[in-house]
Design a protein around this ligand. Structure first.
Ligand SMILES: [Zn+2]
Length: 249
């Protein structure tokens, strides 16, 4: 099989099953997929390992996760790797935009909705990052394109490239369980696979308690002024309980 370099136009002989290659004439990194020869690009990381840990800790201290996660989680050393995406430049009513779809299977949350982080995008070279593991693309561009169309509807694709994004992969322990997450090495965005979420049951219990207490008081006390005083007094321990639970859960 013979493909044409997208950069210099030279004919390059390739074995039929070769997906990733480098033009022997101009060194441009290419990917052959579904009859197309497309550019293969990368944005080098702008965040180091300790910066990635900071981003993960900020996520852990946020409102989605259990209250003491950032204090109690034991975070393992991050592993940097390059994860592949198909990057589709599309024309929309609001102008051009780039949509990313994962080009390899992943259990990380949010990867389907991620946007291209601003950074210095350049042609892929195998020596980038000196031995950093590279996740191989397994999802064909047509499959990724169908995912995009199922979310956005039929769109006009102006350009498609295979994009390698540096990600820090983490695992951490919390209360005897192990969890995983990844941090985008350019934007710092956190993609959790799973995480210890805030439990809702205690908040529902407090709300039920409040309704119960107020309706009983409403039945017992008939004087309006007295009723207001009783409500105010009983609200104090209920609010304290709610505050205490929000600190603990
Ligand atoms: Zn070339």
């Amino acid at each position: 099989m013979r493909v044409k370099c997208s950069q210099c136009g030279a004919g390059i002989p390739v074995p039929a099953d070769t997906g990733l290659l480098q033009c022997p004439f101009c060194d441009t990194a290419l990917v052959v997929d579904a009859g197309d020869t497309l550019f293969r690009v990368v944005t080098p990381p702008t965040i180091n390992a300790s910066g990635a840990v900071d981003h993960l800790r900020r996520f852990m201290a946020g409102t989605q996760t259990v209250a003491d996660l950032d204090a109690k989680a034991r975070i393992g050393d991050p592993e940097l790797l390059y994860f592949p995406f198909w990057a589709f430049r599309i024309a929309t009513d609001a102008g051009e935009q780039v949509v990313l779809e994962p080009a390899a299977p992943s259990s990380l949350q949010g990867m389907q909705k991620m946007t291209l982080p601003p950074g210095d995008t350049r042609s892929w070279t195998d020596d980038i990052g000196g031995g950093t593991p590279v996740v191989q693309p397994e999802v064909p561009q047509n499959t990724a394109r169908q995912w995009m169309v199922s979310r956005l509807g039929e769109v006009q694709v102006l350009r498609t490239v295979l994009y390698h994004l540096p990600m820090f992969r983490f695992s951490y322990d919390y209360r005897g369980r192990s969890y995983r997450a990844a941090v985008d090495g350019v934007s710092g965005q956190v993609f959790p696979a799973d995480f210890p979420a805030k439990a809702e049951a205690p908040f529902v219990a407090v709300a039920a308690l409040a309704i119960g207490v107020f309706s009983i008081e409403g039945l017992i006390v008939s004087n309006l002024l007295l009723k207001a005083v009783v409500y105010c007094v009983s609200a104090v321990p209920i609010l304290l309980l709610a505050w205490w639970i929000s600190r603990k859960v």
